[in-house]
Design a protein around this ligand. Structure first.
Ligand code: SAM
Length: 248
């Protein structure tokens, strides 16, 4: 009733890559355009790398993601390399100047083992001195507390019109908070509430000390860590932890 391809198309409609509107997108664009070879981990539908090519990036651009339907959309551009796989599956050795995990993709790395394997693989893919840039929602902001049906702060709580003119409703619902792992559902429905699709996901909310311990263990030295997209410090009010770490 609502296929994986439909869901991937809807993602692009709800979250367009737009540096003029979203400072997060501008932050990544600047890093990507300044790097010769870029690996986007958890690239999803590929919009960040599409945008880089459109802006004239002439170096190597590669994206990897385990979601086949999202990758199908990414593959609409053939002048970027696309790979199906997780971060832990990465097997390049010293090929990239920059690795990214944009739009909180990093939070999909939930278990300690997966996190360690992913960071190790990303580090290996980087050239000496190469950088890994990513963000993760700061647990202190407790973003998941607004992921509830009818919550006006839930970005998808409103009605959405998809590319074919179909009217949809989307909402989130938290199922559990276990330590720093939040499990929630995303429901896509008809306007009358008839459910078309329910997706379940878990995200990890690491705080700064825990995050930096994983990075250090992986041989990634924190070069910059910010509490907003304008490179301000992480404070008691920050909603995000933006990190640039360098392969040591
Ligand atoms: C919120 S989306 C972000 C997509 C894209 N980076 C963007 O900016 O639009 C998170 C992505 O992480 C991917 N993902 C989930 N688990 C992953 C893993 N273990 N390794 C790499 N990517 C993963 C998902 O398939 C999804 O496409």
């Amino acid at each position: 009733m609502f296929s994986d391809a439909d869901a991937a198309a809807l993602y692009d409609l709800i979250y367009p890559w737009d540096a003029a509107r979203y400072p997060s997108d501008a932050f990544y664009d600047d890093l990507v355009m300044a790097a010769d070879a870029v690996l986007d981990v958890g690239c999803g539908t590929g919009s960040m790398l599409h945008h880089a090519r459109e802006r004239g990036h002439s170096g190597r651009l590669a994206g990897i993601d385990p979601d086949r339907a999202a990758l199908e959309r990414a593959r609409r551009r053939t002048d970027v390399e696309w790979y199906e796989g997780t971060a832990a599956d990465i097997s390049w050795d010293r090929e990239f100047d920059l690795a990214t995990m944009a739009s909180n993709a990093f939070q999909c790395l939930v278990g300690d083992d997966e996190l360690r394997a992913s960071l190790a693989a990303i580090r290996t893919a980087l050239r000496d001195g190469g950088r890994f840039a990513f963000e993760t929602r700061h647990p202190q902001a407790r973003a998941w507390e607004t992921w509830n049906p009818g919550d006006s702060a839930d970005v998808n709580a409103a009605e959405i019109v998809d590319a074919s003119g179909r009217v949809l409703r989307m909402w989130h619902e938290v199922e559990s908070v276990a330590g720093d792992v939040v499990t929630f559902t995303e429901t896509t429905a008809e306007p009358d509430g008839a459910v078309l699709r329910v997706d379940r996901a878990s995200l990890r909310f690491l705080d700064v000390p825990a995050l930096n311990a994983f990075l250090a263990e992986a041989g990634l030295a924190v070069e910059g860590q910010y509490g907003d997209w304008f490179r301000g410090p992480v404070t008691g009010d920050s909603r995000v932890i933006v990190t640039i770490a360098r392969r040591t």
